[in-house]
Ligand binder design. Structure first.
Ligand code: HEC
Ligand code: HEC
Ligand code: HEC
Ligand code: HEC
Length: 138
């Protein structure tokens, strides 16, 4: 009897672990806290909070491709593949490589440029454009 129970229990435990890791590996977090010291060596500015959920709502008309891309192996072009979104530092490192900007420039190129463009286009909502607006968390 006891062994039958432990078999059932093991199956349940394995099932729970699989479900949890599946959820963790496919979903984005509501809020990111960027402090990629492993890439920069040390941080020269306070770290940055990025509310993914606020952006998803505010940018509901835009594609995920606005921020996420992958590189097509054959053409070298940037493409978007649903379900293949990755952390930016998986590809962008501490230095520029050819056309691929370093991580800091990749973030600024995405975050700051969009906020600035939206202000230029007089959109109702935009995000911070000053250093301290994003680099807040000490
Ligand atoms: C305004 C920019 C922006 C938009 C639009 C956006 N994302 Fe993201 N997303 C990010 C950033 C920035 C991260 C964090 C990347 C990092 O950790 O380096 C992220 C992280 C993720 C991750 C986790 C990746 C990982 O493995 O760490 C997933 C999944 C994801 N986004 C899916 C989506 C989907 C699906 C959409 C479209 C519905 C979307 N995102 C739209 C900016 C965006
Ligand atoms: C799978 C690898 C990969 C991932 C993941 C990736 N990038 Fe890139 N990114 C590249 C490559 C390669 C280029 C250069 C492409 C070119 O211009 O030929 C690039 C270019 C860029 C550029 C400059 C060109 C442009 O589109 O404006 C920005 C900005 C950028 N990435 C931001 C990001 C951000 C932000 C993230 C995370 C949300 C991210 N990247 C994730 C590979 C990647
Ligand atoms: C494609 C355009 C776009 C990109 C890319 C983008 N943002 Fe934003 N951001 C917005 C808009 C629009 C808002 C206003 C949202 C609102 O008020 O509902 C915003 C708001 C914000 C806010 C204020 C949030 C709040 O709760 O008031 C912060 C902080 C922010 N963005 C940080 C970032 C960071 C960090 C990145 C890069 C990782 C980034 N944004 C990339 C468009 C963008
Ligand atoms: C729209 C948001 C935003 C604005 C505005 C912004 N940054 Fe950043 N910055 C980021 C994000 C996101 C990162 C990536 C942080 C990480 O990877 O840990 C970053 C990274 C950096 C880094 C590398 C990490 C470090 O702390 O050493 C430096 C330096 C930096 N920014 C300086 C600045 C300066 C100077 C300004 C003003 C001229 C500025 N940033 C404005 C979002 C922003």
């Amino acid at each position: 009897m006891a062994s039958k129970h432990s078999v059932v229990l093991s199956i349940v435990v394995v099932f729970i672990i699989c479900t949890v890791s599946w959820t963790v590996s496919t979903a984005q977090e509501d809020t990111y806290h960027f402090a990629n010291e492993d890439v920069y060596g040390n941080l020269r500015r306070p770290s940055v909070v990025y509310p993914h959920n606020v952006h998803e709502e505010a940018l509901a008309d835009e594609d995920c491709m606005t921020c996420h891309h992958d590189q097509d192996e054959n053409t070298g072009e940037l493409i978007y593949t649903e379900g293949e979104e990755q952390g930016c530092k998986e590809c962008h490192g501490d230095r520029k490589e050819g056309d691929k900007p370093a991580l800091r420039e990749a973030f600024h190129g995405s975050c700051t440029i969009c906020h600035r463009n939206m202000i230029k286009k007089k959109e109702q909502k935009s995000g911070p454009t000053t250093c301290g607006g994003c680099h807040q968390i000490k």
